[in-house]
Design a binder for this molecule. Structure first.
Ligand SMILES: [Ca+2]
Ligand SMILES: [Ca+2]
Ligand SMILES: [Ca+2]
Length: 295
């Protein structure tokens, strides 16, 4: 209901009841909602975020008193962590065109095609209404990851088969102790190189643990060359033909990002190519989250 419509309906009732209700339009009611950040325009450049996975999305909740920002964060892994938002600002009042904060700053807003459009110093954020619960469950449950087509694979029973011929698979390590299990078939006496690769700009720090068919640990690798290359690489001579497993996981629980993995027969210095996707979107959004803290 538009503010003026509400006035038309409510004012006669107010007069009838001889009440002293305020007759100012309640503009706050028009913007109180939960939103997902849909696009950001900075310096005239628009970044469309409509296809971003929930793992990397930014959510904004506007209540009568505050604006809350939600971004995926390792703190969501902690069951005792009781503040889900990463930033918040107290609202003083909402006018027809502005959100005024208690610190004296304000942002312009308008509603267009059901979307809330915020303008801050010439930059624009488009917020679409989000109907599901926030933060989304995927932020704390690696089994729900939507941007890793091999999930769920957090156990030996769910291990992904990978050929020992140099096939490269692209995976995503989620926060909150995502583990990616792999199974490959090896031949006695052959030398295998198990390795991950990440984009040069990635901070992802992975480890790799090798197991036999009975889930006994055989070997472990962390960094090729810390801190320059934090990928694990394991060279291993197979003692007996059969199936073997390995697990790729983060060095710490707050690691996240894209990586590639390969198993190659180490006849030379075969190197897996860099992953096709890197996690730039996430970094970009983090930058913009600060920008669109509205201040
Ligand atoms: Ca994964
Ligand atoms: Ca996994
Ligand atoms: Ca590592």
């Amino acid at each position: 209901m538009k503010p003026w419509t509400r006035l038309v309906v409510l004012l006669p009732l107010a007069f009838f009841m001889l009440s002293c209700e305020e007759d100012d339009p309640n503009y706050a009611a028009d913007i109180i909602n939960t939103y997902i950040l849909e696009s950001v325009t900075e310096l005239g450049m628009t970044e469309d975020l409509t296809d971003v996975a929930l793992e990397d999305a930014v959510f904004i909740e506007i209540t009568r008193d505050d604006v809350y920002f939600y971004a995926n964060d390792y703190d969501h892994c902690d069951a005792n962590y009781d503040t889900d938002y990463v930033d918040s600002f107290e609202i003083d009042e909402v006018t027809e065109t502005s959100i005024v904060y208690t610190d004296g700053t304000n942002d312009s807003y308008r509603i267009e095609d059901g979307k809330l459009i915020i303008t801050t110093e010439g930059d624009i954020a488009v917020l679409a209404v989000y109907d599901d619960a926030i933060p989304p469950a995927v932020w704390s449950d690696p089994n729900l990851l939507t941007n890793d087509t091999y999930e769920s694979d957090n156990s030996f029973a769910l291990a992904t088969a990978i050929a020992a011929g140099g096939t490269v698979q692209n995976h995503y390590l989620g926060e909150c102790e995502d583990q990616d299990y792999y199974m490959f078939t090896a031949e006695s006496g052959s030398i295998y190189t198990l390795a991950t690769t990440t984009a040069e700009t990635s901070d992802l720090d992975l480890t790799l643990t090798l197991y036999d068919a009975n889930n006994n640990e055989l070997d472990f690798a962390d960094d090729i060359n810390y801190p320059i290359n934090k990928n694990p690489r394991l060279e291993w001579t197979c003692p007996a033909s059969g199936d073997y497993y390995f697990v790729v996981e983060g060095f710490s629980e707050w690691e996240f990002g894209d990586y590639s993995v390969s198993v190659v027969i180490a006849t030379g210095l075969t190197k897996a190519p860099a992953p096709s996707g890197e996690n730039k979107t996430r970094d970009y959004q983090r930058t913009n989250l600060k920008k669109f803290s509205f201040h």
